[in-house]
Design a protein around this ligand. Structure first.
Ligand code: GTP
Ligand code: K
Ligand code: MG
Length: 364
């Protein structure tokens, strides 16, 4: 029996099994089995990995965004509008057949935007170029899921399911639990919070299915069995995702308003260039980018060229990106801006920077 058939069989069995206290563990076991089979499905062995012809695009710039969506939702039109790259766009499906990279220049950052072929239901199982597209998506810092505003919610639900199938978790933090395999000593399972969605017996069962007999598990939050499996399997990627509803020129203002209020969503019209500035703002926000300006003693800050950093970065990170030998020579820094208590504040390497801060490094 092939992997897909075995998955289908487990799915049927899960559907057949009533959800109650008596079947809870059986269902947990089925979930673990299913996760194992899916892992085999996305193994990069054989054909259809990330290295597919036309998909092997070099990473460049400060961050990478992958455009995922059904055919003809307007992905290429977005690339053509926001970057200087041209990607064929037309009113028939599967116009784009490979990965086409473009660069968005925004607040001094170079953000790589990847136009990709449309994907359809079943993409994760190799339909169309689905596997290659999804493999590229896994390498991105942000998924931009483009949806046709005239088609309602169906596309979003189907694509979320496809990505979920191959271990991509959207807008979801990594489960907060500690898991470490050991050489001996059996299983040690502890929890710092009351567990309502999972318990010791379930954890034992799942680990048994993975033939793990020695491990330490510490729950730091109320995780579900699925969360636990995700951590054990350890090939999940947790990615931010923006849902972009395109073609709002084709729907009523009431519908535009409703879509715009969905979580993590932006409404646009690529053809009519509507709301694209706001879209870029949200991209910047979701990529957690910040810009920091440097200043030399006695000179004005260099506002021409900022350093592009990640939110939460420290003075030490900034020093590294100025010059790799700067940290050993570091004495202190002066910082102006939102992160500073005074103007300027004298800070050490551990100080956290904020967007548009100015920094002057004083060497020993
Ligand atoms: N009405 C309307 N049509 C749009 C908009 N954006 C794109 N289109 C049209 O949608 C059609 C498909 O656009 P593409 O950019 O080729 O779509 P795609 O998602 O790249 O399609 P594939 O590469 O085939 O997956 C074209 O006819 C575009 O002109 C929009 O904002 N409004
Ligand atoms: K198209
Ligand atoms: Mg296209």
């Amino acid at each position: 029996m092939g992997i897909l058939e075995r998955i289908a069989e487990i799915e049927r069995e899960m559907a057949r099994t009533q959800k109650n206290k008596a079947t809870e563990y059986h269902l947990g076991l089925l979930k673990a089995k299913m996760a194992k089979l899916r892992a085999q499905l996305i193994e990069p062995t054989g054909k259809g990995g990330a290295k597919g012809e036309g998909f092997d695009v070099m990473k460049s710039g400060d961050a990478r965004c992958a455009l995922i969506g059904f055919p003809s939702v307007g992905k290429s039109t977005l690339l053509n509008t926001l970057t200087s790259t041209h990607s064929e766009s037309a009113n028939y499906e599967f116009t784009t057949l490979t990965c086409i990279p473009g660069v968005i220049e925004y607040k001094g950052a170079n953000i790589q935007l990847l136009d990709l072929p449309g994907i359809i239901e079943g993409a994760s199982q190799g339909k169309g170029r689905g596997r290659q597209v999804i493999a590229v998506a896994r390498t991105a810092d942000l998924v931009v899921m483009m949806l046709d505003a005239t088609k309602g919610e169906v596309q979003r639900v189907l694509l979320e399911k496809e990505l979920e199938t191959v271990g991509i978790r959207l807008n979801k933090p990594k489960p907060n639990l500690y898991f470490k395999q050991k050489k001996g000593g059996g299983l040690s399972i502890t929890s710092m919070v009351p567990l309502t969605k999972c318990n010791e017996k379930m954890v034992n069962l799942i680990l048994h299915e993975y033939k793990i007999f020695n491990a330490e598990v510490i729950f730091r939050e109320d995780c579900s069995a699925e969360d636990f499996i995700d951590v054990v399997v350890d090939n999940r990627v947790y990615m931010p995702c923006i849902y972009v509803y395109n073609k709002i020129d084709q729907i009523t203002i009431e519908e535009v308003d409703r879509l715009a209020r969905q979580p993590n969503s932006v409404v646009v019209s690529c053809n009519m260039k509507l709301n694209l500035d706001y879209f870029l703002d949200v991209v910047w926000e979701f990529l957690a980018l910040i810009r920091v300006f440097t200043k030399k003693r006695g000179e004005a800050p260099n506002f021409e060229e900022g350093l592009i950093m990640r939110r939460g970065c420290t003075v030490e990170h900034v020093c590294h990106s100025i010059h790799r030998d700067l940290v050993p020579q570091f004495k202190y820094a002066l910082v102006w801006g939102v992160s500073a208590k005074y103007s300027p504040q004298r800070v050490g390497l551990a100080h956290r920077m904020a967007h548009d801060d100015v920094i002057q490094v004083i060497k020993k």
